[in-house]
Ligand binder design. Structure first.
Ligand SMILES: Cc1cc2nc3c(=O)[nH]c(=O)nc-3n(C[C@H](O)[C@H](O)[C@H](O)COP(=O)(O)OP(=O)(O)OC[C@H]3O[C@@H](n4cnc5c(N)ncnc54)[C@H](O)[C@@H]3O)c2cc1C
Length: 457
């Protein structure tokens, strides 16, 4: 059967849209958020529901075409699109339904975190998502999910009650603690290696509508002192406190003193997931770690805080992000962070230190290295394609240097460069069990977009 013939057969069964290279909207359909990724799929299957997903999976298997699954299309590694294969695009499946009495939300797998926050906050509820509202729920949750509520309520994947999944065989199954518990375990941290999740059921918690936040910037010359003082504060921080220091460059905008524009800086961004008045008190010390350059700390509507970073991450910019989990924040990690932050080829880049612990330590599922105290993430963000090599090399050199330190103990699969690390490195102590589950649910390796566990070789 020719590929056109197969596609014709799919068209008869498929309720959504099938976009091929000859179609006008193909350039748009194949594009993902990261402008550094440029791939040409044979077809983009814009699905309307689980039945479409099952048809697309079967079509790809019959035609022996590689499959990519696209949730929000924000995967930094670009696993949402594949050359000469089938993109299963869930973007049209984005509804969110909240049951406030049961404190649960049913979220279709193409939704973005902004969709979830909008619907849940209408009831004064939230589930832990990411820190940029445009990011997809699906990819972020399947890889783990760090956000502003992480230490209080755990990772995004820790808050999943159940998932609807289309398997490699095209079957529709439920994964929960009672139904297919091995699949449920694997999908909470094991990425997109086991099937296509078509919807998630999330636990909700009372949050907001206003939260105390901290967003303070210090001179880069004081970065070391600020990070040492931060560490002291963080060692005793209550789990309601979710703070993230990062090395950056002062944006050239009026909000900052003009003589500091483009200079190195260290900023601390954080939220208190609890009573706002208490939060203002508890976060106050973070605002005086040194003499601030600028302080935007405030009590804000939770949804507004969730969108605070959106404009810093436009679609189409060039990105390469890579991470190392840390057992502790040692002096040599701080020194390296400051040294490598100062060496960034692009002033749009940052080196981030996600403070972990709290509820994250109590979750289960495949997400590895739950005891890590911090996640060190190197974000290269740049606009000029001629600078790609320098930016990628800066990240790789930085990560290689951190991995040499005693405190280094793993990585985060959602910040994984272009996905070049072996699955054993990415999934750590969960790898062997993940491989077994993968053998059971996807023995042919149909799903291999996101740090693949199955090797087609
Ligand atoms: C601007 C920005 C901000 C971010 N902020 C955070 C943050 O605060 N915290 C954090 O933890 N991470 C963050 N990330 C990283 C984020 O977790 C990953 O990029 C994640 O992959 C995004 O999910 P997505 O659905 O948009 O991705 P996609 O690119 O659509 O998918 C990524 C991969 O996930 C798998 N996948 C996606 N959907 C499904 C599905 N329904 N079923 C099976 N597999 C699927 C596929 O393998 C796919 O290749 C951020 C990324 C960006 C770009």
């Amino acid at each position: 059967m020719t590929s056109d013939g197969s596609l014709q057969g799919l068209r008869q069964r498929f309720a959504g849209d099938l976009v091929s290279p000859d179609d006008d909207d193909y350039p748009d359909a194949r594009r993902v958020w990261n402008g550094a990724i440029n791939r040409y799929p044979r077809v983009v299957a814009r699905c309307t529901g689980p039945a479409d997903v099952a048809h697309a999976v079967s079509f790809a298997a019959d035609a022996d075409l590689p499959v990519a699954v696209r949730g929000g299309g924000h995967g930094v590694s670009g696993g949402a699109v594949v050359d000469d294969g089938v993109v299963i695009d869930l973007g049209w499946m984005d509804d969110v339904r909240v049951d406030p009495d049961e404190q649960v939300a049913r979220v279709s797998a193409g939704a973005r975190w902004g969709d979830v926050d909008r619907e849940t906050q209408a009831h004064g509820l939230a589930t832990p998502g990411g820190v940029v509202s445009d990011t997809g729920v699906a990819g972020l949750t399947l890889g783990g999910g760090f956000g502003h509520l992480r230490r209080t309520f755990g990772l995004s994947c820790d808050n999943v009650r159940s998932m609807d999944v289309v398997t490699a065989e095209g079957d529709l199954v439920v994964a929960s603690a009672d139904r297919n518990p091995d699949l449920f375990w694997a999908l909470r941290g094991g990425g997109g290696n086991f099937g296509v999740v078509t919807s998630f059921e999330f636990d909700l918690h009372p949050v907001g509508p206003e939260v105390a936040t901290c967003f303070v910037w210090y001179d880069g010359d004081e970065a070391t002192e600020v990070l040492h003082a931060f560490r002291e504060w963080a060692d005793d921080a209550p789990r309601e406190a979710n703070a993230l220091p990062f090395y950056a460059y002062v944006p050239a905008v009026e909000l900052f003193p003009e003589d500091a524009w483009d200079d190195p800086a260290v900023a601390v961004l954080g939220a208190w997931a609890g009573d706002p008045d208490e939060g203002v008190d508890e976060l106050r010390d973070l605002r005086t770690l040194a003499d601030p350059l600028a302080d935007f700390s405030d009590v804000l509507p939770y949804r507004e805080f969730q969108r605070l970073l959106d404009e810093d991450y436009p679609e189409g910019r060039l990105y390469y992000w890579k991470s190392v989990a840390l057992a502790e924040l040692t002096d040599d990690v701080v020194d390296l962070l400051v040294e490598r932050g100062a060496a960034a080829p692009s002033t749009l880049s940052t080196v981030d230190l996600w403070h972990l612990g709290g509820a994250i330590r109590e979750g289960d599922g495949a997400f590895p290295k739950r005891d890590a105290a911090y996640l060190f993430n190197v974000e290269a963000n740049w606009d000029d394609p001629r600078q790609t090599e320098a930016n990628v090399q800066w990240v790789r050199d930085t990560v290689d240097a951190v991995r040499e330190l005693d405190a280094a103990e793993g990585m985060y699969v959602n910040f994984a460069g272009f996905g070049e690390d072996a699955a054993r490195v990415a999934y750590g102590e969960s790898y062997d069990r993940l491989r077994e589950v993968n053998e059971r649910y996807d023995p042919e390796g149909v799903f291999s977009g996101h740090t693949p566990i199955h090797s087609r070789d």
